[in-house]
Design a protein around this ligand. Structure first.
Ligand SMILES: [Zn+2]
Ligand SMILES: [Zn+2]
Length: 271
């Protein structure tokens, strides 16, 4: 029995003798099946030709990615806290180098993930660090490897520690979640957004989509609700899901301005 990993989305499945017949995450209209058809790997195979790519993002925040890029290519973020570190989002690769580096930074007290595209090998991480995984209940059906470490939360907010709060924005996924880190950006606040709020190429702006690879936009009401919910939080900086995808300053105003531009485009108005 092996826990197979989908090559296109990087999600690890419950152990099976044969590779699963299909990947529901990739067959969902928000994703896609790889051009050569569904294919599978394992974490053991991934460790043979992928290495950790660990970078300090700012004091108290460390990026954990892998090179070469695998599947969707996101990096996770380790937020350091006196009350225990939080791993925000997750990657498929987990090897001795990553485990050692994370232990040196104080380990992981809890894992929280923005949405199913980054569930990756969360159960391996949970077992390695003896940490619970917090996922929003609305996305429960996308968990491909059920495990006692997975804890579902409900509603719109869930505090993880002082100054660290999960906020459900919905949008891209019904349970789409961001992490507000009050101490981030020298105490001015940071928002860790996965791709629920997506940093775009012009990094003074963000965008919102139902599907990024297939370019399906989000409804205007969803965008308005996201901005209204974020109005309760202060954040100077916004970290997207990939290295470099960061709105470095005045990020809260950038989100509001980007939402206005987006809604104007939906309505056919010039911005
Ligand atoms: Zn997949
Ligand atoms: Zn996504």
């Amino acid at each position: 029995m092996k826990p197979y990993v989908c090559v296109t989305c990087g999600v690890q499945f419950a152990p099976s003798d044969e590779p699963p017949a299909r990947c529901p995450v990739c067959e969902d209209p928000r994703q896609y099946v790889g051009w050569s058809g569904q294919s599978w790997t394992t974490l053991a195979e991934l460790r043979e030709d992928h290495r950790a790519d660990i970078r300090e993002e700012e004091p108290g925040l460390t990026g954990i990615g892998c090179t070469p890029s695998f599947a969707i290519g996101q990096r996770a973020l380790l937020v350091r806290s006196d009350q225990g570190n939080i791993l925000w989002d997750c990657i498929t690769l987990l090897d001795d180098a990553i485990i050692e580096a994370v232990r040196r930074l104080g380990g992981v007290a809890a894992i929280a993930i923005s949405h199913p595209h980054y569930y990756s090998s969360m159960v391996e991480w949970a077992h390695a660090f003896d940490a619970p995984v917090y996922l929003h209940r609305a996305d429960e059906r996308w968990v491909m490897r059920p495990d006692p470490s997975v804890t579902f939360w409900e509603g719109d907010t869930h505090p993880l520690a002082d100054g660290l709060e999960l906020v459900r924005l919905g949008g891209h996924f019904e349970g789409g979640t961001v992490l507000h880190w009050a101490q981030g950006a020298d105490g001015r606040g940071a928002l860790l957004s996965g791709d629920i709020v997506q940093v775009v190429q012009d990094r003074r702006w963000v965008s919102f989509m139902r599907s990024y690879p297939n370019l399906v936009p989000l409804a205007g009401d969803d965008v308005r609700r996201i901005v209204a919910r974020l109005d309760h939080y202060e954040f100077e900086r916004l970290y997207g899901a990939w290295y470099g995808k960061v709105v470095a300053e005045v990020a809260k105003a950038a989100v509001a301005r980007s939402a206005d531009r987006y809604l104007a485009a939906l309505d056919g108005r010039d911005d």
